[in-house]
Write a protein that binds this ligand. Structure first.
Ligand code: GLP
Length: 242
């Protein structure tokens, strides 16, 4: 596990974008796994800037996202598909036909999970997966549990996650109770993983993921077992590490 200390959110975002840009340059038809939340927004801005400056080309890139709320229509402001369009895809030369997320409105959740998992396999797996982490150490929407899930599944969100994400909705009642997420097995099969974390409120989660035991009660702790993980933490997120 590599840990890179960044000065602040901006520096963290630039460093993450540099790693992703290098991936795109070395393999222009990469499959990139993307994440939502506040953590990667700056990374996406920097990637869009690099694309507009002609430094990187998204025309042959395919993307798969970690997760999507169950029950939010695509056009809902807080759907993750809308997040990705607004924060990245609308600003780069990617072919949107090559950008994939779970379908939050699917009628049959089991079939949707199987479809999404099969799609990732058909694409040949993920070359680089970008992650944020939740306050409870979740990655994607893999909430604290007594086990690690192998493949894409439908999960019930914890109160802590609903509380953390209510800032994007009118009230906590409006936050969907369920989501589709890649399983830990799906994420761990990515060839390379980059985690962006910022802010003091994430310092405990970072410490547990990086220094704690591997346990499904802190799902991000599994990253210890991956051969190519880079955490990029700003000073506040890094502050509790030894
Ligand atoms: C969200 C997402 C995760 C994200 C995490 C942290 O609920 N499902 O993929 O990494 O929680 O979000 P943020 O970056 O806004 O703190």
């Amino acid at each position: 596990m590599k840990v890179i200390k960044a000065k602040d959110y901006n520096d963290m975002s630039k460093k993450a974008a540099q790693i992703i840009a290098a991936q795109i340059t070395l393999k222009p038809d990469s499959v990139l796994g993307f994440a939502t939340g506040s953590s990667p927004v700056g990374t996406y801005q920097e990637l869009a800037r690099k694309n507009q400056a002609g430094e990187i080309d998204f025309s042959n890139i395919t993307t798969v996202n970690l997760d999507e709320y169950r029950g939010l229509p695509q056009e809902h402001e807080q759907s993750y598909i809308n997040f990705m369009n607004t924060n990245l895809f609308d600003h780069v030369n990617i072919d949107k036909a090559n950008t994939y997320l779970p379908n939050g409105m699917a009628e049959d959740p089991e079939a949707e999970c199987a479809r999404y998992e099969a799609l990732i396999q058909e694409l040949g797996g993920i070359d680089l997966q970008l992650l944020g982490i939740g306050h409870n150490g979740h990655i994607g929407f893999n909430e604290p549990s007594d086990r690690f899930e192998k493949a894409t599944y439908c999960v019930s969100l914890t109160e802590r996650t609903i509380e953390a994400n209510k800032r994007f909705f009118d009230s906590a009642d409006d936050v969907p109770r369920q989501a589709y997420t890649m399983g830990i097995g799906t994420i761990m099969a990515a060839k390379k993983i980059v985690v962006v974390v910022s802010g003091e409120d994430k310092a405990d989660a970072v410490k547990k993921c990086i220094e704690g035991p591997i346990t499904p009660s802190v799902q991000g702790s599994i990253l210890h077992l991956h051969p190519d993980v880079t955490f990029i933490c700003d000073e506040a997120a890094y502050s509790k590490l030894k």
